[in-house]
Design a protein around this ligand. Structure first.
Ligand code: PGA
Length: 250
């Protein structure tokens, strides 16, 4: 199921949620050795929790990630966080191109490419999110949209670390998920597209993943893990998804 020799990844995107007390209680609730052998776990809390969570998560074998980054190294960019700052805070991953940033903050492909390059320069592994809106799916334009979003990889170094997350926008936070056939079909397309840029990398599925559907979704051909929003906020449901991932890969 997993392309290459990498473990499947279950990543929790907390979005704009989480205060210090809650984060400490969450880490406590994860227990001693939360990561099963074949599953890598990562958590992307808001910026304010990166420092206090980083080392504590590392002790449990969980990787830290950020939800976004700015593309400059430092300077007069009020309110921005640089890739070096994320490394300094202990981040391994950074999410780029999430649909909430594309749609609400109007982040375009050109900006995402700058962030991608700046992240690589600082030694971060980007998780590049791609996905179509419902009207695009209904108009049969899914592949066209994904191809365009992936086209920023043209001319980039195929050896630079990358994970892709396919997240149909209509499945994010809605409780609706694509059929397993749609997931397999789309993931196959994404893996094929990645080959155009010389890449074989993990492609996560994201959008309303929960403990009850995680095993089915992660058993789909071409699905190499999950990017989890809402269900990652509760440690029990997040760990339920991690356990489902371990079953799916066994
Ligand atoms: P969701 O979010 O799991 O709440 O649907 C997924 C995401 O936005 O990454």
């Amino acid at each position: 199921m997993i392309s290459g020799d990498r473990r499947c990844l279950v990543a929790g995107n907390w979005k704009m949620n989480g205060l210090l007390d809650e984060a400490m209680a969450y880490i406590e609730a994860l227990g001693e050795n939360p990561a099963p052998e074949k599953v890598e776990i990562a958590i992307m809390p808001p910026f304010t929790l990166l420092h206090p969570m980083g080392e504590r998560l590392e002790r449990k074998g969980i990787r830290l990630g950020a939800q976004s980054v700015f593309y400059e190294e430092k300077g007069a960019f009020t309110g921005s966080i640089s890739p070096l700052m994320l490394r300094d805070a202990g981040c391994h991953y950074v999410i780029l191109g999430h649909s909430e940033r594309r749609d609400i903050l109007h982040e375009a492909n050109e900006v995402i490419l700058k962030k991608l390059k700046a992240s690589w320069k600082a030694g971060l592994e980007p998780i590049l999110c791609i996905g179509e809106h419902l009207d695009e799916r209904e108009a049969g334009k899914t592949n066209e949209v994904l191809r365009e979003q992936l086209s920023i990889l043209e001319g980039t170094d195929p050896a630079a670390p990358l994970t892709v997350a396919y997240e149909p926008v209509w499945a994010i936070g809605t409780g609706v998920t694509p059929t397993l056939e749609q997931v397999e079909e789309t993931h196959a397309f994404v893996h094929e597209e990645l080959k155009r840029y010389g890449r074989t990398c993990r492609v996560l599925y994201g959008g309303s993943v929960k403990p009850s559907n995680a095993e089915d979704l992660m058993s789909c051909a071409g699905v190499n893990g999950a990017l989890v929003g809402g269900a990652s906020l509760d440690p029990r449901s997040f760990m339920g998804i991690v356990e489902a991932a371990a079953r799916a890969v066994s």
